[in-house]
Design a binder for this molecule. Sequence first.
Ligand SMILES: Cc1ncc(COP(=O)(O)O)c(C=O)c1O
Length: 402
Amino acid sequence: MKDETESAAFEQKNSRRPFTKGSLLPFDYQSTTPCSQEVLNEMLPYWNEFWGNPSSRQNRSGIQAAAAVTLSREKLATCLDVAPERLIFTSGATEANNLALLGHARAKAIKHGSPGHLITLATEHHAVLDPLRQLKREGFRLTELRPGHDGILSRNQLVDAFERDTFLVSMMFANNEIGVIQPLKEMSELCRDRGISFHSDVVQGFGYLPFKPDELGLDFVSLSGHKLYGPKGVGALLFRPELPILPLQWGGGQEQGLRAGTIPVPLVVGFAKAAEIAIRELHVQQERFCLLRNTLWEGLRQEIPDLMLNGAMNPRLTHNLNFTVPGVRGSNLHRQLRPYLNCSSGSACSNGEPSHVLSSIGRSFSEAEASLRLSLGRDTTESEVKQAIDLISTVVDQLRSK
Ligand SMILES: Cc1ncc(COP(=O)(O)O)c(C=O)c1O
């Protein structure tokens, strides 16, 4: 109610441009993307026409379903340039992260008779931080490294963190909040030299950046379907058969015994198709994103020159922007924007805490609160970018003149 009264007052006071409520400007494509029509078409027959269980290989419909899963695994493997046997399907990247981290760490601890040391970044997604913190509760030691203000970890930081019994490093490809890209190849080489396994959550980079896990020296890779115009509820883990993993669940022995449970055929088919399209269109989209994102950033800075960019501009995902608006209260900024703009706040985290990513790169509590992540999608238009510039600068003007 308070929100509505305030935004009505805002619309009345706003002399520069009447923004309309209801048609939200979509700038939150890093949280999820809509399923593309091509993906929907590909999935459709597997909901009702070919509805067999891929584990039922003794009947025809089961064989059809199994063939669709095999083909999807091959498609995804081709996108990654890896052998299909190294891929298992999961319910998403959260599960893939849990399986890689908990599964590998527990298997290693059994082999060595004691838990060892793990390293990650304080700026990782909670789907990595939380399983690692669970391992800490189980007796493993965990180092969470804070990158510099640019959000990028340095080689020396990682080298200095290694301990005698470090056996696993987890480092994301592109950050989900600030979009910065970690130098994975350089970091994985440091690990390989020491026999340390290297896991990467590549959810935000896969389909948006050229990506070949073997060229980057990655041992475990977590992927998700819904960030690249595929369905929600499906992802995959890429692993190396020589590195042990204990499963997290037991049942029908699907996915090489690593992920028991009936495979959701339509989702797997959709995920593979979405990945194929994303790779096919990657360069064209990257160029488009780059132009639009630069227009957005330059336009905003022209109107609000003291905006503070969060994280390095380079290397960064071309569809991401994250900045702090100095001199305004985060809660007011978000309240005023919410009726007109879909974006993510720096404080999109649970419990009303400000973003752990922004805090880790040195932003204060109030700076982190007054931050916006704007992310572009395939459908973003120049007109939407211009409207976003107009809207944000109008709101900031208003808040500053109060
Ligand atoms: C970096 C990163 N990792 C993991 C996840 C979780 O992925 P999923 O929704 O497939 O479990 C997300 C999605 O928000 C993400 O951005």
